[in-house]
Design a protein around this ligand. Structure first.
Ligand SMILES: Nc1ncnc2c1ncn2[C@@H]1O[C@H](COP(=O)(O)OP(=O)(O)O)[C@@H](O)[C@H]1O
Ligand SMILES: [Mg+2]
Length: 363
């Protein structure tokens, strides 16, 4: 195994290994077949708490009931589909649920327009296939097939980006819980514990609308954007702290004032309304999600640490904001300019520094 500190990004089961071990040791609930924890312990792992005197950090911040419903879905043999706007923690929740339930979040199919049926079912090692014909050794299992064999959970990211033939292949897997390998005259039956957690963006609607037949195979849970400023600030503060520590950014954590400003700007642009609901605001074309607020702040911290004195300044934030809001589009540039002049400029002394820094980049 490679040295932990050299890995760019650890999967959840390794990042939170000690927490998972503590939960396992303290687990008194009934553990479903194929699972490594009871549903209640999985819930604690996701929403936070303690186990055997050890603090379990919350991974998903938001409505606990949604997480309970997600876990309950996986207790039955139904598959789980998490949908929502970009950056609402669909992938993050899917990874952490899989880490807690199965212990390996790495069996992933990434959905794109180019995803093939073979990537969902199986393919062949062609050199071996040509040399010896179809043999079990020449079979290359998809992550889904491997999850079936192991009684584990496969993840399917951005499922609605896949062409309909690929989605159809999934329907038969989910309804039959088998994949037949005709070339070997063999059927692969899923072991207990097998399931799939898929994610889809609501912004991708219309790319490839998911068929009704496929939707019926899933329990669908909609992950909402954070309901209020406080919750979103809490999510951003926590994740920025974790990511900064992971990358050893060496910049001071952003002050609450900076967090609140960034999240305020994002919420206003997202909702098309000032927080006091007095003013209409135009929204930019791209998504301005919680996840983008997090990467904006970590990016600004990297700027401050690498080229400043390690203190996050208005100029560092301004550069990040500009990049997050204006995505290669003249309309976005106008929207951002209007926001600066009609909203931010009028906010008075506290916002003056950030306003001036943003304005300088935009003239
Ligand atoms: N409600 C939330 N609780 C915890 N983290 C969140 C929440 N919403 C967003 N995040 C953070 O946003 C980041 C990106 O989320 P991601 O799962 O990639 O979004 P999605 O797949 O929905 O586009 C993650 O670092 C995640 O921790
Ligand atoms: Mg995602």
């Amino acid at each position: 195994m490679e040295a932990l500190q050299d890995v760019l990004r650890l999967p959840a089961e390794r990042l939170f290994k000690e927490e998972l071990d503590a939960l396992k040791a303290a687990d008194t609930g009934k553990v479903p077949a194929g699972w490594q924890l009871s549903p209640r312990s999985v819930l604690t792992f996701i929403t936070g708490g303690e186990a055997g005197g050890r603090i379990i950090t919350p991974k998903y911040i938001g409505n606990k009931r949604l997480v309970e419903m997600a876990i309950a879905t996986l207790v039955t043999d139904r598959a789980l589909l998490l949908i929502g706007e970009p950056g609402t923690a669909k992938s993050w929740l899917s990874e952490n649920l899989t880490a807690a339930i199965y212990g390996n979040s790495g069996l992933v199919v990434q959905g794109t327009a180019g995803t093939t049926e073979e990537q969902v079912r199986y393919s062949w090692n062609y050199a071996m296939l040509l040399a010896n014909g179809p043999t079990p050794e020449a079979l290359v299992q998809s992550p889904i097939m491997r999850a079936m064999e192991a009684g584990g959970i496969a993840r399917f990211e951005e499922i609605s980006r896949c062409a309909s033939e690929v989605q159809d292949a999934l329907i038969s897997i989910l309804s039959e819980k088998t994949i037949s390998v005709a070339e070997l005259g063999k059927e692969m039956n899923a072991r207990k514990g097998f399931s799939i957690i898929a994610t889809a963006n609501t912004r991708d609607r219309g790319v490839n609308e998911m068929s009704a037949a496929l939707k019926r195979r899933f329990n669908i849970i909609v992950l909402p954007a954070p309901p209020d400023l406080e919750t979103e600030v809490e999510i951003v503060r926590k994740r920025v702290g974790e990511i900064a520590a992971q990358y050893e950014l060496g910049a001071a954590a952003p002050a609450d004032e900076a967090l609140i400003k960034v999240v305020t700007i994002f919420r206003e642009l997202r909702s098309g309304m000032s927080l006091d609901r007095k003013e209409k605001i135009k929204s930019p074309g791209g998504a301005i999600s919680t996840a983008e607020a997090i990467s904006l702040l970590t990016g600004s911290m990297a700027l401050a640490a690498s080229f400043g004195d390690g203190e996050l300044r208005d100029a560092d934030l301004a550069a990040g904001l500009q990049g997050a809001v204006v995505k290669d589009d003249d309309k976005d540039r106008l929207v951002w300019k209007e926001y600066l002049d009609n909203v931010m400029k009028k906010r008075g002394e506290e916002w003056r520094g950030l306003y001036t820094a943003c304005k300088e980049l935009n003239s």
